[in-house]
Design a protein around this ligand. Structure first.
Ligand SMILES: Cc1cc2nc3c(=O)[nH]c(=O)nc-3n(C[C@H](O)[C@H](O)[C@H](O)COP(=O)(O)OP(=O)(O)OC[C@H]3O[C@@H](n4cnc5c(N)ncnc54)[C@H](O)[C@@H]3O)c2cc1C
Length: 385
């Protein structure tokens, strides 16, 4: 297959690293719901998780396209970056809006891997996608903010030192705009875990190390407020394009993995005396998924191009995420169907990848919300919520 590729050397190196983590490794982690510690350590050791951090703080200062290439390659190789991808985009909030003192304190550790910034606490059980309705509060008391409330789907909290947390510092009925009065904190979970912070794992249909977290009078030093109090929603939004782009790259990687597996199997599996791939009923869904993937990849490249040119590609980043998630899902469907019964057998890894790929229709933003963004902000249709 001919693909548009950038950062060829990085891709080759990541692909080589991934060879050390074959299907057996992921199957074992999946069945035990183990965190893929060795894989995350290997990526960290090679500097991939600090790729976007500026050189001044010990990172490689690579552009977003390099981050996308790394994550795409991880997924194209049959691995899963969900255990560690958040570090690439949550770090951006600290980088853009943190003080020099905060950056100097945390970024070098994150870049070298001694400090993990993998947890991102935004979603809550009662408010869901309606982020401004979140109920977790932070009130200033002397040198600390005191946090109370609950988050859900806080992935990787058990395997992270730091959490980027969004909480309300001014009640919703006391602000002009509902997006005001929210603040972002960098929580050092090592200091509060098991005391005022409780983390409970949630078992899901795939191995994702997600959790619910509870804050009970949890102190966060005032020095760990990112930027200005009350401006947190804006700071979180400013990282969304990068997040959408990086997740889109993972979906493109998944789609390529499914398509390669499906076309190879269709060519070699013989039924009724001929390769099943000779039947157009088998060929066409794979070819269609391939064309969906290529189209999504073009949109992803356009989003990256605009992002790296310093523009705000909200439209392209959202469309890239939605189209890539749709393409990976179509490719997963085609791959599973092509494998017939064997697609359901764990040893082929297809059912695992299929479960993993489904997430991106819902998280980190669901398809409906992207369509709603396009309808309202791009096509100027009336606001629906
Ligand atoms: C495995 C996993 C990991 C996650 N990791 C994290 C994480 O690390 N940090 C974090 O903060 N969050 C995380 N999330 C949360 C994720 O971002 C949310 O699940 C997602 O944004 C959807 O929110 P919700 O689940 O509250 O759904 P809801 O908001 O309850 O929505 C339910 C359904 O209704 C639809 N819907 C809601 N409102 C509208 C509307 N106005 N118009 C049309 N349709 C609508 C949605 O599209 C969705 O399909 C994770 C979720 C999962 C499942």
């Amino acid at each position: 297959m001919k693909y548009e590729v950038s950062h060829l050397e990085i891709r080759e190196a990541v692909s080589k690293l991934c060879e050390g983590f074959p299907g057996e490794y992921w199957r074992e982690c999946d069945s035990k719901r183990d965190y893929p510690t060795d894989f995350v350590n290997a990526l960290t050791k090679e500097g991939y998780l600090g790729a976007l951090i500026p050189e001044a703080y010990g990172g490689s200062e690579l552009p977003l396209s390099a981050g996308a290439a790394i994550l795409e390659e991880v997924h194209r190789s049959g691995c899963n970056a969900a255990a560690c991808h958040a570090q690439m985009y949550t770090m951006g909030t600290l980088l853009r809006h943190g003080s020099n003192e905060q950056k100097a304190r945390y970024l070098p550790g994150i870049a070298e891997g001694s400090l993990r910034l993998q947890a991102f606490g935004v979603t809550e059980p009662t408010s869901g996608t309606d982020t401004t309705a979140l109920r977790t509060t932070a009130r200033l008391d002397g040198d600390n903010y005191i946090v109370n409330g609950q988050k859900i789907w806080t992935s990787r909290a058990e395997y992270s030192d730091l959490m980027l947390l969004l909480a309300r510092t001014t009640p919703r009925d006391q602000v002009k705009k509902k997006t005001d009065g929210l603040s972002v904190f960098l929580v050092d979970m090592r200091e509060v875990r098991g005391k005022s912070l409780t983390i409970r794992p949630i078992r899901t249909m795939m191995n994702h190390a997600t959790t619910e977290v509870f804050f009970d009078e949890m102190p966060v030093p005032k020095a760990n407020l990112i930027g200005e109090e009350g401006q947190g929603f804006r700071y979180i939004l400013s990282g969304m394009n990068a997040e959408r782009i990086l997740i889109s790259a993972e979906c493109i990687g998944d789609a390529k993995w499914f398509i390669e597996k499906a076309s190879a199997y269709a060519s070699e599996r013989t039924v009724f005396g001929r390769a099943i791939g000779q039947n157009q009923g088998v060929q066409f869904p794979i070819a269609k998924a391939y064309s969906q993937m290529r189209a999504a990849e073009l949109m992803l490249n356009e989003a990256i191009r605009l992002y790296e040119a310093g523009q705000n590609p909200g439209e392209e980043a959202n469309m890239a995420k939605m189209l890539s998630a749709d393409a990976s899902w179509a490719a997963g469907e085609a791959c599973l169907q092509t494998h017939g019964g064997f697609g359901f057998a764990e040893e082929f890894d297809i059912e695992r990848k299929y479960r993993e790929a489904r997430l991106y229709q819902v998280a980190p933003i669901s398809t409906n919300l992207i369509l709603s963004y396009l309808a309202e902000h791009v096509l100027d249709m009336p606001r629906s919520y």
